[in-house]
Design a protein around this ligand. Structure first.
Ligand code: ZN
Ligand code: ZN
Length: 332
């Protein structure tokens, strides 16, 4: 499987897929219910494979690696540390898997990479002048503790009945619908937070750290300034306001913690040694890292970019418009 059959690589090594970036969920406008259903349950759609993988990790962690709610009525170092270490291990194994495949074993070379540049080593904009070390510091010393803090507070609120908890047995449909909607809710929240992060003062203090990664790698996904992490993980607060269940709240924050890694790998497809492959298809966010003023949304709800005129679909026309917007931004 070769990238030249799925796109074009120019002389500078930049690869562009043949597909156009179209806003998800597809088939909403114009509304085509059967195709929408196929998008929801079919391969490379709303659920399979990525959301299914992340939700499975969350469910496994809830049933096997989360203390019982009664134990979380009081803030105690023991169970809080357990959740912190658990989250660190999950991210280490998950993001590490992509880093190992693409950048340590170099299993597929530049095949399906959006450019032919290695991760940076010897650039003063990164801590220790090294992109991977810089990213690891922000992931493990900021992302994981802040994610864990939100998760711990949420369990504590549920355990003490400070927020309403819905019983899966009494309201299975409500719980299932809410669980199903988590990726959409999260990506709408991400769009709003992300636009706010591009407000010049906040960009300069916070979001710039993430954007130092113009050629991102898997660890860049959660490599953000603590201010950005504090905003990024606020999606879980949704479950403090509407009636929910700790598992659904946990799935929400796990989605935030797991979704970015593959999407920041810089590759459009992951090719395995047995010839099988997984579509990553994060060209939209790659363009955001390259051109800043486009594609603010998460993968599941691109309509906000479309409606606000910030969608870069890969076409020349969209490219010109993005460059025009970029010219007017003096903060970058
Ligand atoms: Zn990013
Ligand atoms: Zn940004």
């Amino acid at each position: 499987m070769e990238d030249i059959d799925f796109g074009k690589r120019d002389k500078r090594g930049n690869w562009k897929p043949n597909y156009k970036v179209t806003p998800n969920p597809k088939y909403i406008i114009p509304f085509e219910p059967l195709k929408l259903l196929k998008h929801i349950v079919g391969w490379n759609g709303y659920i399979f494979p990525w959301a299914f993988i992340w939700a499975s990790v969350a469910v496994i962690c809830w049933f096997f690696f989360t203390p019982p709610l009664e134990q979380m009525r009081n803030f105690e170092l023991g169970w809080i540390t357990y959740i912190l270490v658990r989250n660190a291990i999950v991210v280490f194994l998950y993001a590490g898997f992509f880093h190992l495949h693409f950048f340590v074993q170099k299993s597929q070379g530049w095949n399906f990479k959006y450019n032919t540049k290695p991760l940076e080593n010897n650039n003063s904009k990164f801590l220790f002048q090294n992109q991977t070390k810089d990213n690891l510091v922000y992931v493990f010393l900021s992302a994981i503790p802040i994610w864990t803090a939100y998760e711990v507070i949420t369990y504590w609120l549920f355990a003490n009945s400070f927020i309403p908890m819905i019983d899966w047995n009494l309201y299975p449909v409500y719980c299932a619908v809410l669980f199903f909607l988590v990726p959409t809710i999260r990506d709408i929240h991400f769009y709003l937070v992300h636009r706010f992060l591009h407000w010049p003062p906040l960009y300069k203090i916070g979001h710039k750290v993430h954007h130092n990664n113009t050629n991102p790698g898997p660890w860049s996904g959660l490599a953000m300034h603590p201010i950005e992490h504090t905003l990024y993980f606020t999606g879980i607060i949704f479950h403090w306001i509407i009636p929910s269940h700790p598992l659904i709240a946990m799935w929400h924050i796990f989605h935030a913690g797991l979704a970015p890694h593959a999407g920041h790998s810089g590759y459009d497809k992951m090719i395995f040694k047995n010839g099988k492959h997984l579509d990553i298809g994060a060209y939209d966010h790659y363009l955001h890292h390259k051109y800043f003023e486009c594609n603010y949304g998460g993968g599941n709800f691109g309509w906000l970019d479309k409606w606000f005129g910030t969608l870069h679909d890969g076409s020349e026309e969209a490219h010109e418009k993005t460059l025009q917007r970029l010219k007017n931004k003096s903060y970058l």
